[in-house]
Design a protein around this ligand. Structure first.
Ligand code: TXA
Ligand code: MG
Length: 328
């Protein structure tokens, strides 16, 4: 996969203020030294990311996370949940938004008093953090608003090095949670649906969580209506309603969970089946890859079918709905 020498060199690049695209289990990230405001500013520039959208900081273990977050400033009722969630889900696709300590420059958090922290579950990401000996701020390594990269080939933003760690196993960004004892039974608010299901979180915290909607004041700043979008227009369709699409002379690509038969004799130029068995976790892992492939096929339109709103299906539907919002 990635040689030790390549990781050492990339770690040096990070320390010197460079940008390194790194694999994580969720998506590829565009990493910079989280303690270096100038390097972080270059991340925003490389992605054309608006400065109001804060970055997630990646660390190698819990102790490193607590050095960057002020747990005493977490509401007392939520404090035990922070530790339990870290215990159960780190390393893995869960980001916790916590009060930040002063070492994190304001540019990382877009001026917010909180920082999003996570321990990624990819050996190359962990090795890079160790080699850099710095926390790494990393958004997904795509141009802002586009489809997230789940393979090294998908990384098109300018950077100083790309570490190719193969395809991402989760394939969906981390679930972002915040804490607000008044907001839900458990005091946990899901700010972005992602690779850790809300059901799994509810089971661990022993109560219902709230899920913020895009555009809501409580939602994370990056929860824009249009996001994760291919260049090709994408429309959500119901399998029973394919006849309603006017496709004369158009090249259409279909995105479905199991590739079920549809009414009528529609011809598709391309068809991406996410998982023939209908497994939503496997489907989530393939979603962005399938969207990248359809987007590279020169289609006039992509039609996509929503999946069941359970488990990682909720994150899949969230990404599809936002990819379908027209215009910028
Ligand atoms: O899986 C992931 O989370 C990937 C990999 C690279 O770790 N990263 C990722 O980063 O998806 P990005 O920048 O594409 O999305 C970060 C999300 C945005 O919606 C942002 O608004 C939210 O996390 N976020 C970060 N810090 C926050 C904070 N302090 N408060 C609220 N939301 C925050
Ligand atoms: Mg992103």
């Amino acid at each position: 996969m990635v040689s030790e020498a390549a990781i050492e060199a990339a770690g040096r690049l990070i320390r010197e203020g460079g940008l390194v695209a790194m694999p994580t289990e969720t998506v590829y990230g565009l990493g910079a030294n989280a303690l270096d405001a100038e390097a972080v500013a270059r991340v925003f520039a490389a992605k054309a990311r608006p400065s109001f959208d804060p970055l997630i900081v990646h660390v190698a273990d819990m102790e490193s996370a607590w050095a960057l977050a002020d747990l005493d400033a977490v509401p007392a009722a939520s404090r035990p949940l922070v530790r339990v969630l870290a215990d159960v889900f780190w390393p893995g696709p869960l980001t916790m938004v916590l009060p930040k300590r002063g070492v994190i420059p304001g540019v990382v958090t877009s001026g917010l008093k909180t920082v999003g922290l996570r321990v990624p579950a990819h050996p190359v990401a962990l090795a890079l953090i160790e080699a850099a000996d710095r926390p790494i701020a990393a958004p997904s390594a795509n141009v802002f608003g586009g489809i997230s990269p789940t393979r090294a080939e998908h990384v098109t933003v300018p950077c100083d090095a790309v570490l190719d760690g193969g395809p991402c196993s989760t394939g969906m960004e981390s679930t972002v949670v915040g804490f607000d004892p008044g907001a839900s039974e458990s005091g946990v608010v899901v700010l972005r649906l992602g690779g850790t299901s809300t059901e799994a979180i509810e089971q661990v915290v022993g109560g219902a969580v709230a899920v913020a909607k895009p555009g809501e004041k409580i939602a994370s700043p990056g929860m824009l209506e249009r996001h994760y979008a291919p260049r090709t227009p994408l429309r959500i369709v119901e399998r029973s309603n394919y006849q309603a699409i006017d496709i004369k002379g158009q090249k259409i690509g279909r995105l479905s969970l199991r590739g079920e038969a549809i009414d009528g004799a529609l011809e598709f130029t391309a068809h991406e089946v996410l998982d023939p068995q209908g497994d939503l976790t496997a489907a989530a892992a393939r979603l962005f890859e399938a969207m990248h492939r359809l987007d590279d096929t020169g289609l006039d339109l992509i039609v996509a079918e929503l999946v069941a709103d359970v488990g990682l299906g909720r994150a899949i539907n969230d990404r599809l709905r936002r990819a379908a919002v027209q215009g910028k």
